[in-house]
Design a protein around this ligand. Structure first.
Ligand SMILES: O=P(O)(O)OC[C@@H](O)[C@@H](O)c1c[nH]c2ccccc12
Length: 266
């Protein structure tokens, strides 16, 4: 359970020459009653962990797809408390690591200490809180540490070398490399830049490095994970589930994992 579960599962998959795949889903999109079934489906499809979003009224880091999913979920009456209670109900049957993604406001409202404790009891292994900067993280990490929950850190393409080094040094569970693709500059230059960035992160980080943001196809997932340990896919998965295209979700996951053939030197 906890941080060790993430690290153990990831290590086993990597030792088995699989790339890591972490889907993001919005908790309560379609109602909390389907959460267990959805987690089970993803687990059976071979994911390495699940990033479970908590809906929030002011999701500053979310794109339009995830914002819409958040609104649907809020309409269903989803709360942080409700999600943790639901997870707790079936935690004995869940073997895939669960990572909660929430904004700090919701955590403050819940109570930091209580959140960390209730998350542990619910079987949560890690959390992502994108609006807590490195300079202010101690407040949160103290409680998470006590409950053995990994605080997953994000790095950006625009982070300075020193900042990248420091975040990588502190990383737990895995390092989330925000790798937005195809926005500025020529495609080639951009790809080279992302490649160097991921390679650098790999060098500094003692935990696996996963690339996320803007990945929606098997081709993109394979391209990026060639330079790191795997990928995180959010919006595409959220859309496919919403449209009822579960088989496409499975195909995206399984195509991206691309188990590597053992090399002849071994
Ligand atoms: O949706 P995308 O482009 O596939 O990117 C993943 C992302 O949505 C997911 O990890 C996420 C959802 N909300 C966030 C807020 C901050 C950081 C990350 C996230």
């Amino acid at each position: 359970m906890g941080k060790e579960r993430i690290e153990k599962v990831f290590k086993e998959k990597l030792a088995n020459r699989e790339k890591l795949f972490v889907p993001y889903i919005m908790a309560g999109d379609g109602g909390l009653d389907i959460l267990q079934e959805r987690i089970q489906f993803l687990e059976d499809s071979g994911v390495s962990a699940i990033e479970l979003g908590i809906p929030f009224s002011d999701p500053v880091a979310d794109g339009p797809t995830i914002q819409k999913a958040g609104l649907r979920s809020l309409k269903e009456g989803t709360t942080l408390k409700g999600v943790l209670e639901k997870l707790k109900e079936f935690k004995e049957e869940t073997t895939v690591p669960i990572i909660i993604m929430t904004y700090i406001n919701l955590v403050f409202r819940y109570g930091l200490e209580k959140f960390a404790e209730d998350a542990r009891v619910a079987g949560v292994d890690g959390v992502i809180i994108p609006d807590v900067p490195m300079e202010e993280e101690d407040l949160v990490t103290e409680y998470l540490k006590r409950n053995d929950i990994a605080f997953i850190r994000l790095v950006a393409l625009t982070s300075s070398e020193d900042r990248i080094k420091e975040i990588a040094r502190r990383s737990e569970g895995f390092l989330y490399a925000v790798s937005v693709m195809g926005t500025t500059g020529s495609r080639k230059t951009h790809e080279e830049q992302v490649e160097d960035y991921l390679k650098k992160l790999k060098e500094y980080s003692s935990v696996p490095v996963l690339a996320g943001f803007g990945i929606s196809s098997v081709e993109q997932a394979r391209k990026l994970s060639a330079h790191c340990d795997g990928v995180i896919v959010g919006s595409r998965i959220v859309d496919l589930f919403h449209e009822g295209k579960e088989e496409e979700v499975k195909a995206l996951i399984q195509g991206s994992i691309q188990k590597l053939e053992p090399s002849h030197q071994e």
